[in-house]
Structures are given as C-alpha cells and as structure tokens.
Design a protein around this ligand. Structure first.
Ligand SMILES: Nc1ncnc2c1ncn2[C@@H]1O[C@H](COP(=O)(O)OP(=O)(O)OP(=O)(O)O)[C@@H](O)[C@H]1O
Ligand SMILES: [Mg+2]
Length: 350
C-alpha cells in the first residue's frame, strides 16, 4: 500500500486506495488555544476532539478548532501561511505534526511509501520552502514512512487520467499560494508558485469593503458565483474584482516564466485548474477567456477544472506514490524482494 498527502495552508488531506475507491481523510490546518476548565474538560471528554493539554492550556486542533473558538470566544490560529510553515506562529510545528499524524495514521507496514505535496519557491516573495519541506519530511520519516516530496503542481498533473501522457499545465489555486507546473511526459519542465491565493482574495476584499475577513471567507465559500452581475459596492463585487486580478496575475507570471524557460513551441498543452479557490461557478470560463488572450509561446488545447478541487493534490500524490511503489516492486530481483520481506517479518516480531 502507499499513501498520498496534501499539506495545505488551509486543509491537510491524505488519500489511500481501498479496492477500487480512494479514501480521503481531511482536517482543517487550524487550532485554538483555550484555558483548561471544567467546561472544557467536559466538552473534550465527550467526543473524539483532537487536542493536546499543556499545564492549564488546551489546544484544540483541526476541524473542531472553529467550534471551540466560537464557544470560548477565541480566535483560531494557523500553523501555515503562504503555503509553508508560518514563522509568526510559535506552536506551528507541534500543531501541524498532530494534524498530520491524525490524517495519515500509522504506516500499514514499515517503510510504507508516502508522497506529500510541497510547494515550489514563490517568485514574488523571499520565502523559501526548504525548511517547511524538510520539517514535514522529518516527522513523517519518524513515523516510519518512506517519504518523498512531490511538487504540488506536478501532483495536479498526476491526479488527472493518464490519457494525456502526464503532459500539461497543472495549476493549484490554494489558500496561501498558487502553484504552477508544466509537465512534459511526466517530467516537470517548469515549476513555480506565487504567494497569493484564496487568503489574499479574502484579505483584499475585506479591506476594500470594511468587512471582517472571516465574514468575507464564508460569503465566498457559500455559493458565490463569478458571473459579474452581482453587487457593485458589496462583498461579492469586491470578491469578483480580486478573483479576476489573481487570475491575471497568475497568467502574467506563467507567460513570463514560460518565455524565460525556452519551452518547446510546437506543444499543444491541456491545462488543469484545481484547488479550493477554483471552486466558484464561472472560474473555469473566466480563466479560459483570460489565458486565451495571453502571450504564451505554445497552444492551449483546453482548460479543464478538476472535478473535486479539494482532493486533487492528495489524489495526485497518491497516484505518484503507488506508481513509484509498483516500479520498485518490478525492478527488485526476487532475491532482494525475499530478504526485504524477511526483514519486515523480523521487525514485526520484535
Ligand atoms: N466553495 C468555495 N468557493 C470559493 N472558495 C473556496 C471554496 N471552498 C474552499 N475555498 C477556498 O479555497 C482555499 C482552500 O483551498 P485548498 O484546500 O486547495 O488550499 P490549501 O491546499 O490548503 O492551500 P495552499 O495550497 O495554498 O497551501 C481557501 O482560500 C478557501 O476559502
Ligand atoms: Mg494546496
């Protein structure tokens, strides 16, 4: 067996194959710190709330954080910002470790293969993804997995049916960033990210309209459509403006990067857009209209939106992990395969 893991600024998800189905486990990448009290104790003991107690403080982590924050009148905090571990959050590492452990679970066997998504370095900020990637890798390794990072945009390419030979432009519009990868026969020929995504849209629309960010996020996630017919002066109008601005910004950077990279000109490239931020109705069409007008040295054969935008990165990481595992199984000689399984049996006896 193998697993795929998507470590995102807002959501952490694992994917695993069960027969013909892929099973996903998901948690919000968020936590809240509350004071330990009898009431807290009661609420925590009644359910399977993910939490850690440290002296007189309790940290409620993942999906339940928001509910506890509302009841105890506290703000939720996030371990990641702009696609990587947040340097402004002291508790980032223990919190993300706890969420990740819950989401992936124990390995099914020693050295089970696990691919986790990692962003490309952003071209519009000083942030480096190395520390983030190495930190996540090390605690998955400690759990007993055979871990490998996979570029988030590349995972998007793997998440789609293989009938395009893993050739295409994969774009993941997340919360903290947008990741882009141009893949040619499963080889990433260009990868980059920009440090803007759904969080940026929310912050800009909140600032422009004087609305709290959380309110803007919930309006956006609740049936907001990119039809440009709504609400001049309101939150939805502001969201539409910043959505369009983000798309143009991403496309402009794709055009610049592709021209810098000398990518082959006779390519006919399918584009896959995904990530939570690509969810609103009208997104795919808007993206298609805008990329058609862009100065890109190859032709785009079509724009397709992934059917489950929140799951595609975990799904792609799983596809990559499984194919890596199968490749290894077929290249291993029978003798080494035997001794490996003996070793495993011995380890299990211990
Ligand atoms: N129905 C929806 N409509 C609009 N936006 C949505 C919807 N559902 C989720 N989002 C937004 O999608 C983003 C989360 O998407 P996703 O889970 O792909 O990001 P992530 O992987 O956690 O972040 P990143 O890849 O940047 O680290 C958030 O900004 C969230 O508000
Ligand atoms: Mg993501």
């Amino acid at each position: 067996m193998a697993k795929g893991l998507d470590v995102g600024t807002m959501n952490i998800l694992s994917g695993q194959q069960d027969g013909s189905e892929t099973v996903f486990v998901q948690q919000r990448n968020s936590f809240v710190e509350i004071e330990y009290s009898d009431m807290a104790e009661q609420m925590l003991s009644r359910s399977d709330v993910l939490h850690i107690r440290k002296d007189d403080r309790v940290y409620v982590v993942g999906d339940d954080a928001l509910g506890f924050a509302n009841i105890f009148n506290r703000e939720t905090r996030r371990p990641m910002q702009h696609g990587i571990l947040s340097s402004n959050e002291q508790s980032a590492i223990p919190m993300i470790k706890l969420i990740t452990e819950q989401v992936v679970g124990e390995p099914d066997h020693r050295n089970e293969r696990l691919f986790f998504s990692s962003p490309a370095d952003p071209i519009d900020s000083e942030l480096s993804t190395l520390y983030h990637e190495k930190t996540v890798e090390s605690f998955l390794d400690d759990m007993g997995y055979d871990v490998e990072p996979i570029n988030e945009g590349m995972a998007v390419i793997y998440s789609e049916p293989a009938d395009n030979n893993f050739t295409g432009l994969g774009i993941s519009f997340g919360a903290g960033m947008t990741n882009v990868c141009l893949s040619y026969y499963a080889v990433p020929v260009m990868t980059f990210s920009v440090a803007r995504g759904g969080d940026w849209i929310d912050e800009q629309a909140a600032q422009a309209t004087g609305t709290p960010v959380d309110k803007v996020t919930s309006i956006k996630e609740d049936d907001f459509k990119l039809d440009f017919r709504t609400d001049i002066g309101g939150v939805e109008g502001a969201l539409a403006i910043y959505y369009e601005n983000l798309l143009d910004y991403v496309i402009e950077n794709i055009s610049r990067e592709v021209n810098d990279e000398d990518v082959e000109e006779d390519l006919d490239v399918p584009v896959v857009v995904t990530g939570g931020t690509s969810s609103p109705r009208g997104f795919e069409k808007l993206f298609e209209d805008h990329i058609e007008d862009a100065n890109i040295p190859f032709s785009i054969s079509g724009v397709e939106q992934a059917s489950e935008p929140l799951y595609s990165v975990a799904r792609g990481a799983l596809v990559a992990a499984r194919s890596d595992e199968q490749e290894e199984a077929t290249t291993q000689s029978p003798a080494t395969a035997d001794s490996a399984s003996e070793e495993e049996a011995e380890a299990e006896e211990e």
